[in-house]
Design a protein around this ligand. Structure first.
Ligand SMILES: [Ca+2]
Length: 221
């Protein structure tokens, strides 16, 4: 998440304001709200629900996340360990960091962390493809997002009613492709990059949930 480095920072106005163009300058970029200025014309934030048919519904009002602050950062991160990512929102102009707890009905999920060997250590840039019986989910691990912000380097796949992933494919930045078959869900997997056939062990770590597993599998190139 991004945080203001110095809330007392001040910058001088550079030139006259062009009011006809709707421009204005501020002396302190973290005091927008105090001065009742707003870079987005008090436009309300939106939360879009994927309806699964290439359509999305704006449920910002239902989630109460539709405030009219200068939203500059939105990150999803599951901090309760239930597979439902919470929403973190930081606004320009200061104010509290807003955290919206995910209260959607529970469903199956899989959280994935990557440990690269040939690729970078956290597997940044890897593509994870989950083949379910009725659909395919594609994600790319790229935690740097939005404005001066970063999420944890892990992926959470929402699986709905699917209680098993028929085929899980990891396409590493190195070019190695790993395939896992019949992957159990509702847990946190730590997957190591490897080209050789490995073994599956259930080894919780201090930083993972009790259901965490470390997996190496056959990789191809
Ligand atoms: Ca959660």
């Amino acid at each position: 998440m991004s945080q203001p480095f110095n809330t007392n920072a001040a910058t001088p106005a550079l030139r006259e304001i062009d009011r006809s163009a709707g421009e204005f300058w501020v002396s302190n970029p973290w005091e927008f709200a105090i001065r009742r200025e707003n870079l987005s014309g008090y436009e309300r934030n939106a939360v879009f629900l994927n309806l699964g048919n290439a359509r999305f519904a704006n449920i910002g009002h239902l989630t109460t996340a539709d405030n009219n602050g200068d939203g500059r950062t939105a990150i999803g991160c599951d901090i309760t360990g239930d597979g439902r990512p919470e929403l973190f929102v930081r606004q320009a102009g200061g104010g509290p960091l807003r955290i919206y707890r995910n209260r959607f009905p529970p469903a199956h999920y899989l959280t994935v962390s990557l440990q690269g060997s040939s690729s970078n250590r956290q597997g940044i840039g890897a593509r994870v493809i989950a083949h379910l019986d009725k659909t395919t989910i594609r994600r790319e691990l790229f935690p740097v997002a939005n404005f001066l912000s970063q999420a944890p380097a892990r992926l959470t796949l929402g699986l709905g009613q699917a209680d098993r992933i028929r085929r899980l494919e990891i396409r590493w930045p190195s070019g190695i492709v790993q395939i896992l078959k019949n992957v159990a869900v509702d847990r946190h997997l730590v997957i190591k990059e490897t080209r050789a056939t490995g073994q599956v062990t259930d080894t919780p770590t201090a930083h993972d949930s009790p259901s965490s597993s470390r997996i190496s599998s056959q990789g191809t190139r």
